[in-house]
Design a protein around this ligand. Structure first.
Ligand code: SF4
Length: 310
């Protein structure tokens, strides 16, 4: 594999998508939201303006290289160090991927721009679209997702409904629960009403099993999340990975590099990424793995989260 790769990471094991090759098409950290549970840290540019953030040709060039090396992946997953639908070339990129491989394409999005017809048209080129909805009313939406001023929960739900009506592929709605913020009976009831309007193929529940942007974001325990899943109905499943992940091969070697770095000194996410030349999403997979094993710990200092080996 070339050392020059900038846009691709993995394939990393994903509970929902199997072996997932990540495609990062947004600079850190440009997003329409600033979710308190974000694993990437605080949003540095909150915007709703779509732009040509990265060159489609450069991304496709990297992908061609990986395919030539014999890529084994179950999904090519478009996400980013921010919100991928802000990339105005998203549709072109998916079209380009489809021309060079049969590996299905998934898009992870916060769904806030689906109110825009051109964003819906871009996302509709994918096989699976995984948008989010973490609140049932404006007040909770603001608390959990801290949106750009032009975004409201009403527009988010309207965009999700419009997309559902136009998209024949799989739509898996992710709901992220934060203990004490969106977990009471009233919120669950309102989220359930929204799900009935949206009609996704699946509803997937998640919680803070990885380090988050804000300290004090509490995860919902596995039993309670299961209870919420039952309340929300039969399409609902828990995808939060409370179990230990297993890494093999190249991934295992990189995970070991992360651990040996943390054994030497406490490091921030940025330190790990620049020290090992890996992307944030990939580094977070390793951190999450070692946190679940209880091998590393984190502490906040001046607003930055540092990780260290125990
Ligand atoms: S979790 Fe996703 S939508 Fe929320 S701030 Fe982070 S990147 Fe943006």
């Amino acid at each position: 594999m070339s050392e020059e790769q900038k846009y691709l990471y993995g394939p990393v094991p994903s509970r929902r998508l199997g072996r997932s090759l990540g495609v990062d098409i947004m600079p850190f950290k440009v997003c329409t939201l600033d979710c308190i549970y974000c694993q990437l840290g605080r949003t540095t540019e909150k915007t709703v303006e779509r732009k040509d953030y990265v060159s489609v040709e450069a991304v496709l060039g990297e992908l061609r290289e990986r395919l030539a090396e014999g890529l084994e992946a179950d999904f090519i997953t478009i996400s980013g160090s921010g919100e991928p639908t802000l990339n105005a070339r998203l549709g072109q990129l998916i079209e380009g991927i489809k021309k060079i491989t049969n590996v299905p394409v998934a898009v992870l999005t916060n769904g806030t721009l689906l109110i825009d017809k051109s964003v819906r048209a871009d996302c509709a080129r994918a096989d699976v679209v995984i948008p989010s909805l973490d609140a049932g009313d404006e007040q909770t939406f603001r608390k959990v997702n801290r949106p750009h001023k032009d975004i409201s929960i009403e527009k988010l739900i309207a965009g999700l409904c419009a997309f559902r009506n136009e998209f024949a592929g799989q739509m898996w709605l992710e709901v992220f629960f934060v203990e004490g913020l969106n977990t009471d009976a009233e919120q669950i009831g309102k989220i359930k009403d929204a799900i009935e309007l949206i009609r996704p193929d699946k509803v997937q529940l998640n919680t803070a099993v990885r380090p988050t942007a804000e300290a004090g974001v509490e995860r919902v325990d596995a039993e309670k999340l299961q209870y919420i899943a039952e309340e929300l109905g039969e399409k609902c499943e828990v995808v939060a990975d409370f179990s230990r992940q297993r890494f093999t091969g190249d991934i295992e070697r990189k995970a070991e590099d992360v651990l040996s770095m943390l054994k030497r000194r406490p490091c921030s996410l940025n330190d790990i990424c620049s020290g090992l030349g890996i992307g944030r999403n990939e580094a977070l997979k390793y951190i999450s793995h070692f946190q679940q094993q209880g091998v590393i710990d984190s502490e906040e200092k001046d607003g930055i989260i540092f990780f260290k080996a125990n």
